[in-house]
Design a protein around this ligand. Structure first.
Ligand SMILES: Nc1nc2c(ncn2[C@@H]2O[C@H](COP(=O)(O)OP(=O)(O)OP(=O)(O)O)[C@@H](O)[C@H]2O)c(=O)[nH]1
Length: 432
């Protein structure tokens, strides 16, 4: 099947306009045909009546002039023809002798000379003869005395009046026809507008839905005809789309939530609930970029717990886990709200300190963390021999790049371990 793309179709007139036009065309054609038929029949009947009347008159006149022919009384015949000439539409009338000689003649003003027409052969035998042209008719009537042919009467009549009457009648009929078409046009517009209203409304609704994507709208059902059933199916389709859309929205929301949850889990340490190494790496890059852009001071602390292996070995892994959680809580409570504390893994933690006013603030915080971890920690009735060692590096003083800054803080932490643990050390220039 050859499908036509709707987009390439030119814009068309409305359905009401198109149907009205088609109906009017059909009505006009029918009326015109009827008019032509009636005009033709009227013309034909009128012409036949005129011919019949002319034949009758010719017969009567032939009888009247018969004795005048016998007595060769031309004057009487001429008077008779003059009297006959009062007949309307008469153009010419003449009485001929059987040999064709004109005996008496009358013609209307402007008409040509006598007819000089020869009587049709066999006129005496067949009686009256006639012929009808477009503008006139002619009648030949034999003039007899008893059964003997004594002459021929020729009569010519104009058909102009007949044509004029038919033309007048036609003009009136055409005017009436135009009037009727105008009335029908108004009527058709009203009727079709009312009949096609459900279909037009359905089309407007489909247009609105296509533009607004509002599937909550419904078509009004006026009657249970074809358009009514189409509207019903359209409404069912809208309902299905609405349900399908709601399902899709719900599914998308769920997927979005699951994605966000997954994102949170991917960035969270499952044991302590602190941000993990993956999150730390991203945040360190971001804060370093901000620090370089704004020309601010920031620090990175590398924190490693002391004697944690001993806790694990002596009290078990579960107690070790509890220690990690408690240490996380204590350190979280000690840091500033804008600082980012992360667990890198094992007993290692990292703390990003953005927007520092000076280096002393970071050193004070390092000491505060060490002190917080050193506060006696009792788990399952045993005091944990736990402590924290901190390595401190500054950006952009010690490094401006993430790996270099992490290395510097890591080296500083090892320096602090070597110095006897439970303390902090600043990175020395060149450590990174
Ligand atoms: N309970 C527990 N232990 C862990 C976890 N991850 C790593 N560890 C253990 O943590 C210990 C870390 O070892 P180290 O840091 O070398 O030991 P340490 O005793 O702290 O040594 P110093 O840092 O020199 O004081 C190892 O015994 C690991 O098995 C964990 O998630 N839970």
């Amino acid at each position: 099947m050859n499908l036509v793309n709707a987009a390439v179709l030119p814009p068309a007139d409305s359905l009401v306009k198109r149907l009205t036009r088609l109906n009017l065309r059909l009505l006009s054609m029918t009326m015109l045909l009827t008019f032509l038929l009636l005009a033709t029949v009227t013309w034909y009947v009128a012409r036949e009546r005129q011919l019949h009347s002319a034949e009758l008159s010719a017969r009567l006149l032939a009888n009247s002039v018969s004795p005048m022919l016998v007595f060769a009384d031309r004057i009487a015949a001429q008077v008779e023809l003059e009297a006959f000439s009062r007949r309307s539409d008469l153009l010419q009338v003449q009485v001929q002798l059987p040999d064709g000689t004109v005996f008496a003649h009358w013609q209307a003003e402007g008409q040509a000379a006598p007819l000089h027409a020869l009587a049709p052969a066999g006129l005496a035998r067949t009686g009256i003869r006639s012929s009808v042209g477009w503008s006139a008719l002619e009648v030949w009537a034999p003039v007899r005395l008893k059964d003997e042919l004594v002459g021929v009467l020729v009569l010519r009549e104009s058909l102009a009046s007949l044509h004029l009457s038919v033309l007048l009648l036609s003009t009136v009929a055409i005017a009436l026809m135009v009037l009727m078409i105008l009335v029908a046009w108004r009527g058709l517009v009203l009727v079709q507008r009312s009949a096609l209203r459900p279909l037009v409304e359905l089309s407007h609704l489909a247009e609105h839905i296509a533009q607004e994507r509002d599937y909550s709208k419904r078509a009004t059902i006026y009657r249970r005809d074809e358009v009514g059933r189409l509207s019903e199916r359209f409404n069912e389709m809208l309902k299905r789309i609405e349900i399908w859309q709601a399902d899709l929205r719900h599914q998308l929301e769920q997927e979005h939530e699951a994605g966000q949850k997954f994102q949170r889990l991917a960035h969270k340490d499952a044991l302590t609930g602190l941000p993990n190494r993956l999150y730390f790496q991203g945040e360190l890059q971001r804060h370093l970029a901000l620090c370089v852009d704004h020309g601010e001071l920031m620090a990175l602390m590398f924190i490693d717990l002391d004697n944690f292996k001993k806790v694990n070995d002596q009290y078990g892994h579960e107690v070790g886990d509890e220690v990690l959680c408690e240490v996380s809580r204590r350190m979280s409570a000690a840091v500033r709200s804008r600082d980012v504390l992360c667990r890198l893994g094992g007993d290692e933690f990292a703390l990003i300190l953005p927007e520092l006013p000076d280096e002393a603030v970071a050193e004070q915080l390092a000491q505060r963390l060490i002190d917080a971890v050193r506060v006696t920690m009792t788990i399952s009735g045993a005091v944990m021999p736990i402590g924290a060692t901190v390595g401190l590096a500054f950006a952009p003083l010690d490094a401006s790049e993430a790996t270099a800054l992490l290395n510097a803080s890591d080296h500083a932490m090892y320096a602090a371990k070597r110095a006897g643990k439970n303390t902090y050390r600043r990175a020395q220039h060149g450590m990174a």
